[in-house]
Design a protein around this ligand. Structure first.
Ligand SMILES: Nc1ncnc2c1ncn2[C@@H]1O[C@H](COP(=O)(O)OP(=O)(O)OP(=O)(O)O)[C@@H](O)[C@H]1O
Length: 301
């Protein structure tokens, strides 16, 4: 296990940003850390990288506590939007510093990424556009090849083409140089194919911790005449229910058996797997709003 987190909490005054979380991160896997705004993702990543002191619990990274532990921290790279650089720094200075900081730094890869993202090496960081600043973070995070790399919403400001470039380069590079990557993002469907494991946080707690492959069959979406859908889902674990006139759209946990699927099709109900994004929305809104099955109520969303 690369990272083991046991019963970790972090409170800021009266706000419990991370609330008694326990999980492990394995070597050489790509994790998605998902959660709504304020769920605690950034705080958790700061705890993992020793940038914050926890209020309770234990964190072990490569077998040691990351706090003020240089041997551990040089093997971790944390890319966050709020990264600050000295005023005079140009892009090339950032890359030169990263080269000194990260033992696995690959200068050729960094140069190739600079060209990919069309980033001018002599421009002052202060003068970069928001997207260029994100690209700089992405380049450092990738070329560092740190055994544990954390990207906290690295795409802010990146356009769709640049984001795809990031996903493509990340996928290709981890295949060639396996490492543990934690990607915090709101653009779930964009990264769904990239993720091997998904951790969902909601109000400081972990509400889902699952292999991505297992998740793909985790929920199904039934759409059709309300009465039939209600009947078919009566005994199922309903995550979400929407009604539009006489049509109901229900997300249920689990995979429907063949007979139910055939029965549904014969009665005009379509059944499709829920996407990761749909499952995420259902799980996080469900825990915020309580159980969703309220057959007589019109959906508000
Ligand atoms: N330094 C701080 N002082 C006080 N409260 C904080 C501090 N840092 C974070 N919080 C609070 O902790 C909670 C979790 O914040 P955090 O930034 O970890 O969430 P997040 O999941 O990264 O959110 P987002 O997706 O919006 O970036 C929020 O309620 C936030 O206001």
């Amino acid at each position: 296990m690369t990272i083991t987190v046991t019963g970790v909490s972090k409170a800021f005054g009266g706000v419990t940003a991370v609330d008694d979380v326990t999980f492990t991160l394995k070597e050489n896997r790509v994790y998605g850390l998902l959660g709504r705004n304020g769920a605690g993702k950034t705080t958790l990543m700061q705890l993992l990288t020793g940038q914050l002191f926890r209020t309770a619990g234990d964190i072990s990274v490569f077998g040691a506590d990351p706090v003020e532990n240089e041997a551990v921290l040089t093997r971790m790279c944390f890319i966050k939007e709020s990264q600050r650089y000295p005023d005079q720094f140009q892009v090339r200075h950032v890359l030169a510093s990263a080269a000194m900081l990260y033992p696995n730094w690959d200068a050729d890869f960094a140069a190739a990424l600079l060209a990919d993202f069309a980033l001018p090496t002599n421009r002052r960081v202060k003068k970069l556009s928001r997207g260029m600043l994100s690209a700089l973070g992405v380049i450092v995070g990738l070329a560092a090849r740190a055994p544990v790399t954390l990207f906290d919403e690295p795409y802010l400001g990146l356009d769709a083409v640049a984001r795809q470039l990031f996903y493509d380069r990340l996928l290709a590079d981890v295949a060639e140089h396996p490492r543990t990557v934690v990607l915090s993002t709101h653009l779930i469907d964009e990264v769904a194919d990239l993720l091997e494991h998904v951790i969902v946080m909601d109000r400081g707690r972990i509400v889902l911790d699952r292999e991505a492959d297992a998740l793909r069959g985790e929920a199904a979406l039934l759409t059709g005449p309300s009465g039939v859908v209600d009947e078919l889902t009566a005994d199922l674990d309903v995550l979400h229910l929407e009604r539009l006139g006489a049509i109901a759209r229900v997300t249920v946990r689990g995979v429907l058996d063949r007979d139910t699927r055939d029965d549904a099709a014969a009665r005009g109900v379509t059944v499709e797997p829920a996407t990761l994004q749909q499952l995420f929305v259902r799980l996080t809104t469900q825990s915020a709003a309580g159980p969703q099955r309220a057959p007589q109520k019109e959906a508000t969303r």
